[in-house]
Structure formats: C-alpha cells, structure tokens
Write a protein that binds this ligand. Structure first.
Ligand code: ACO
Length: 325
C-alpha cells in the first residue's frame, strides 16, 4: 500500500481586519458576548472584487513553493468551497488557469466546513490508485459574500481565507486513516435558501434575504461536540491508535466552546489543541487547512508526530483524519 502524505502547505488571509469593536457599530452585540460565547476577536475580509479563486491561488502558490514543485507538476486540483466564484464553472478551473497548472484535472467539492477533509480523502484515493501523482487540495472561502451583516446571530462568526496542501506519495509517515460521515436529515440547521434551483434569484428572494446564511446555532452546537468527538475516535481506531497517542489536534474552528467541549470528551488537554479562531473566526473549508499550515510553520508539529484533523459542518457533514507527520 502506498503511503500518501502532505508535502507542502500554504495559506492566504486577505488584508482587511474586522474586529469585534467594528461589529459593535454594525449590530446589537458586544466584544464581551462574542469573545465569551465564541472565542473570536477578529476576522479577515476580502477587498471589493476579490473572489475565492484569488485567495485559493495565493495559498496554492505558497504550498507549491513549500513542496518544491512547479504548477506543471500538479495533475489534480480539488477546491473545497461553499462560496465559489460563480455557480459554474468550478472555482478549481479558475485556479488551474491562474496557476498555469495545465496538466491538472480540476474540480470543486461542496462539503461546507468538512470540505477540506472530503477533498483530502478524494485526492488520497486517486494518488493511492496511481491515477495522479501530485494533488493540490485547497479549502477557500469568501463567506463575507453570503453573510447577513444585519443578523447578529451569524455575522459575528464568519471570515474569509484560504489554505492549500500538496499531497504526494511519501517514504515515511503520511495519512494513516480517514473517516467521513453525512446526515442529510439536518440540512435545515445551516443553509442558504436562495440562489439555487429551489429558490432562484428573484425580487422576492432578495427581499426575504434568502441569499444569506441561516443557522440554528444552539442545535448545531450540541451536535458538533458529539459528532466531532465520535469522528475522532473512529479515525483513531482505524489507525490502531488511541487519544493518548495524539500530539496535536487541528479542529475545525467554529466555536472555541465546541472545540473545548470536544477535547474534554476525548480527555485531551488544551495544549494538544491548535486554535486560530480568535484571529480568523470560522472560515468553513479553509479553517482546518489554514490551522494545519500555521501549526506546522510555528513548529507545533514535528516529524513523527501524530496529528488529528477533525471537522463538522452544514449538511450535516463531518470528517476526521489521522496523519503521521
Ligand atoms: N451578540 C449579542 N447577543 C447575541 C448575539 C450576538 N452576536 N447572537 C445571539 N445573541 C443572543 C441571542 O439572541 C439570544 O438572546 P435571547 O436569549 O434573548 O433569545 C442569546 O444571545 C443566546 O443565544 P444562543 O443562540 O442560545 O447562544 P449560544 O450560546 O448558543 O451561542 C452560537 C450562539 C455562538 C451561534 C453557538 O450556538 C454556536 O457557535 N453554534 C454552532 C455554530 C456552528 O458550529 N456552525 C457550524 C459550522 S459552520 C459551517 O458549516 C459553514
């Protein structure tokens, strides 16, 4: 069995910073409420005209440099996103063109906050079967484009950004296990009702603000804690490992309290959890990969370490992956 691993990582966060103090001027909220309920202090937002593929390309260029590969070495690009540049063509096609990665089969997948883990799993299968050699797996979002800036329940949570990983065959370590799950009975907990074939854009859909994120936060919170903890256990079991073997967890960054409750369920100390939610908020498919990139660059992950990626999002969808670094 081939060993497949991550050989390069990159990220890109747009320049503009929106702080909790800025949000206090926009909706009825406070820095104290946002910090204690979510752990978020600020988030990044794109400039006017900046789209998901623009962020994705910058993250991908950094990942390619880190992997010491050229765009033409890449034969597969998967972009995980719920905020594509356009309904079609796929954002991955724009990325392929801007990168000059002419040899890469390129497509998008939509799996919300678990998108990076879904894309990673797909790329791993292709490389293991020998279909492709080097894959670029990107999580990229411009969530500010679907955020209702009049809704305090959601607008404090989200941010824009992108992360990218290069996957190839490796000599040692690599992905030890992956686990994905879906529960389509709970689509109504987190969704954007307008703009698709169910409710195409119309004057009515616009006036009902149907093109923005709708969320039942409370219900999601409870499910996220239980599902992320059990996904972690399933992926660890598949890798013949236990919680005590983990050196670092890279969780999806939706809410600090969700992450800490999950860690408590798994019996993991705070020191083994990587957090960047305070700086960026929830960037959906970009969260996990960006956090992984930062953890590696900060030296929090060393060769031989066992790393657990764990994510949960709209769908519901979830995924966990154990990697030996
Ligand atoms: N500022 C001040 N008050 C607020 C704000 C705000 N920004 N937002 C909500 N409130 C109020 C509510 O109106 C409510 O007031 P009420 O009691 O008078 O009705 C009160 O605060 C409590 O609201 P809750 O929703 O019960 O607060 P909770 O502690 O659950 O926190 C939160 C809300 C942060 C949204 C939390 O439920 C959460 O993080 N949920 C999970 C989100 C998530 O995981 N999303 C999935 C991933 S995202 C993806 O896939 C794209």
């Amino acid at each position: 069995m081939k060993k497949i691993g991550i050989i390069g990582l990159g990220k890109f966060l747009p320049k503009k910073v929106l702080t909790n103090a800025d949000l206090e001027k926009m909706v009825d909220t406070s820095d104290e409420w946002i910090t204690t309920r979510t752990g978020i202090k600020k988030r990044r937002l794109v400039a006017k005209g900046e789209a998901t593929s623009d962020l994705a390309v910058k993250a991908a260029e950094e990942a390619l440099k880190d992997a010491k590969l050229k765009p033409l070495d890449i034969d597969l690009i998967i972009v995980a996103t719920i905020t594509p540049d356009m309904p079609f063509p796929a954002t991955a096609c724009f990325v392929q063109e801007k990168l000059g990665a002419k040899n890469a089969v390129s497509f998008d997948i939509s799996a919300a906050c678990a998108g990076f883990l879904y894309a990673l799993t797909i790329a791993q299968q292709f490389i293991a079967r020998g279909n492709y050699r080097n894959a670029l797996v990107i999580g990229a979002e411009v969530l500010s484009s679907v955020t209702d800036w009049q809704d305090r329940n959601t607008c404090v949570l989200f941010g824009d950004g992108a992360g990218a990983a290069v996957l190839s065959e490796v000599k040692s370590g690599g992905i030890l296990s992956t686990y994905l799950g879906t529960d389509g009975s709970k689509t109504g907990l987190l969704f954007i009702p307008g703009g698709g074939s169910r409710n195409p854009v119309s004057r009515e859909s616009m006036s009902h603000r149907m093109h923005y994120i709708k969320m039942q936060g409370n219900e999601l919170f409870k499910l996220a804690v239980t599902i992320m903890a059990s996904a972690a256990q399933t992926a660890l079991k598949a890798a013949n490992l236990e919680c005590k073997d983990i050196d670092l967890v890279i969780p999806h960054q939706a809410n600090m309290r969700i992450i800490m409750a999950m860690a408590k369920k798994l019996g993991l100390p705070k020191e083994k959890i990587y957090l960047n939610i305070d700086r960026y908020g929830n960037m959906s498919s970009a969260s996990t990969v960006t956090a992984l990139c930062e953890a590696v660059k900060e030296g929090r992950i060393q060769k031989g370490d066992i790393v657990l990626l764990d994510a949960f999002g709209a769908g519901l969808v979830w995924g966990a992956c154990v990697i030996k670094w």
